[in-house]
Design a protein around this ligand. Structure first.
Ligand code: G4P
Length: 534
């Protein structure tokens, strides 16, 4: 068994007890249900159903969220903090739909681990795969929860094989299911040698836990019918032979994932998973930055913005910058340096996102996520420090894959539309390019659905009807290089040139051929598909 104490004895205890993670899954696998049970056991809500109920109430406020409901996707991401046992969990929600993958990518830069939820009957689905690939880019540690074991599900070895093969990650069972579908009895906890029995009569009741002295303990037969026990013993023996043991380093490197089996709706297996996050999920990690990385145990406070959400409350036109604290002990009222503008900012109204509501954050430690209301000064990628000039690295902006022209439904409102579009560009919800010639804007997104969400939000939040029309361009590349070469390119290719919301020049392309031509004719310039946000 692994050492259950914290893995970072040198960190201040308040930091060492923090676990900041996201849940990734394919829609319908049970992310919302699992989140709800997390909050329930974290004492953040009193009864199951509140998260969904709160969601419904929020949704009635705008069609944008109604659209989210219709499509069964979660468009907006948020953060929730709660205590569980000795731990402080910070759960960062990710949009599950692939059309929002850039947003998801940035959200995942703010966490130290991810919980991957899969449906026991469906295995690894397309969105799981995509989100997993994003985690892999950062070698994030992954803990897996195989949900809906109360229903007919696939053979346990099949599920494990599929994860190993499709995701190219080793899997080690933390628990082993006993029986399937209607015969599903519970799990054998392989880490703590316990039998966990599911109670079908009461969905909110935590499983009965029976201490077992190893798999040859005769006590097992008192609770597990002979045919199921025989199968369990056989399977566990095989699993121990064929599958790797739980190696903490491999888990931290993102090359091995422990898997728990359970049923979120029946509250089954959830606590074991939470214990697993506490015991094995890493404490706040070092943050890559320039000119030096930032370590969580540093005294000075450092944080960075990974998400900006505008108009969270339509009654107050506020923007909230979600900040991941990277080091130190932040206290409300602190003056921090906004590195990009080199200006001091007094952080007087930071909020913590407790499940029940937003609350003023009197303090925050490395690992925490706080929200800072602001009027647009804070942008994605911005660093806040106690004076040091640090640039957080690894938060890219991706070239959009779909471009459309945006026009105000009412030509008199073009200026208003510009303002709305710029705000969404700063929020990271879309790329907005102002062409060098002609009027209007070109809006770039990763997935088609984003256009619909944008149109709906612009209409709701700004009262502006907007039309998105096909554009002759299919992609965009940021241009960098010598000014002389840039001017020359701009002068002779005006119809391809535009500027993004930061004023940086981009080259709008129709075909790969356009890019090849520029690269051939302008060897001093480079065209890139990503831009580091700063
Ligand atoms: P998501 O956020 O990943 O999209 O999934 P969500 O939690 O909304 O769950 C999707 C559906 O799966 C829900 O049913 C939910 O009740 C069900 N579900 C979640 N966990 C389990 C489980 O352990 N076992 C079983 N059998 N079902 C589970 P729904 O019918 O879409 O919604 P509802 O009417 O139940 O709210």
């Amino acid at each position: 068994m692994l050492d259950r104490t914290h893995n970072a004895p040198d960190l201040p205890p308040e930091i060492a007890r923090r676990r900041t993670f996201a849940i990734i899954s394919h829609p319908d696998a049970g992310k919302t249900t699992l989140t709800e049970k997390f909050l329930l056991y974290g004492g953040a809500i009193q009864m199951a159903g509140q998260v969904r109920a709160k969601g419904e109430a929020r949704r009635t406020r705008s069609d944008f969220l109604a659209m989210e409901k219709d499509r069964g996707i979660s468009v907006s991401a948020s953060a929730m903090s709660f205590d569980y046992k000795d731990y402080r969990f910070n759960l960062v929600d990710t949009p599950g739909h692939s059309d929002f993958s850039e947003d998801t990518y940035r959200t995942l830069t703010a966490v130290d681990a991810a919980v991957m939820v899969i449906d026991g009957a469906k295995g690894v689905e397309s969105q799981t795969q995509k989100l997993f690939e994003v985690c892999r880019l950062r070698d994030l540690p992954i803990l897996t929860f195989c949900n809906k074991m109360d229903r007919e599900s696939r053979d346990t070895f099949d599920i494990i094989d599929e994860i190993q093969e499709n995701l190219a990650i080793d899997v080690t069972p933390a628990s082993w299911p006993i029986g399937v579908g209607r015969d599903f009895l519970g799990c054998y906890d392989l880490i703590h040698d316990r039998l966990e029995l599911m109670d079908r009569a009461d969905r909110n009741k935590v499983a009965e836990s029976i201490e077992i002295n190893g798999l040859d303990d005769p006590k097992l037969a008192e609770h597990v019918p002979a045919h199921l026990l025989e199968k369990l013993l056989e399977e566990v023996e095989m699993a121990r032979e064929l599958l790797p043991p739980l190696d903490q380093q491999a888990l931290r490197d993102g090359t091995l994932t422990p898997i728990w089996f359970g049923s979120a709706i029946n509250s089954f297996g959830v606590k074991e998973l939470m214990d697993g996050i506490g015991e094995y999920g890493p404490e706040p990690q070092v943050q890559p930055a320039e000119p030096r990385q930032v370590s969580p145990d540093e005294k000075a406070v450092t944080g960075f913005v990974f998400k900006v959400q505008a108009n969270m409350d339509p009654k107050h036109r506020d923007r909230v910058a979600f900040v991941r604290m990277v080091s130190g002990h932040f206290k409300r009222g602190m003056k921090l340096t906004h590195v990009r503008s080199k200006k001091a900012m007094s952080i007087t109204n930071p909020v913590l996102f407790l499940a029940s509501d937003r609350e003023l954050a009197e303090e925050a430690w490395a690992g925490d996520i706080i929200g800072i209301p602001n009027h647009g000064q804070l942008r994605i990628g911005d660093a806040l420090t106690e004076g040091e000039s640090i640039r957080i690295s690894g938060i890219p902006s991706f070239a959009p894959e779909l471009l459309q022209s945006a026009r105000a439904g009412d030509p008199m409102k073009a200026k208003h539309l510009e303002k709305a579009l710029m705000q969404f560009a700063e929020e990271g919800a879309a790329k907005v390019f102002k062409p060098a010639i002609g009027s209007g804007f070109i809006v770039g997104v990763v997935g088609q659905l984003q256009f619909e969400v944008l149109a709906s939000r612009i209409e709701l939040e700004y009262g502006l009807p907007v039309r998105f029309e096909p554009s002759q361009f299919t992609s965009a590349r940021w241009i960098t290089g010598e000014k002389i070469a840039l001017d020359k390119l701009e002068a002779s290719n005006k119809q391809h040139i535009a500027h993004d919301h930061d004023g940086d020049p981009v080259f709008l392309t129709r075909l790969q051929w356009d890019i090849d031509r520029v690269e051939r004719d302008y060897p001093d310039l480079s065209l890139t598909a990503t831009k580091e946000m700063m």
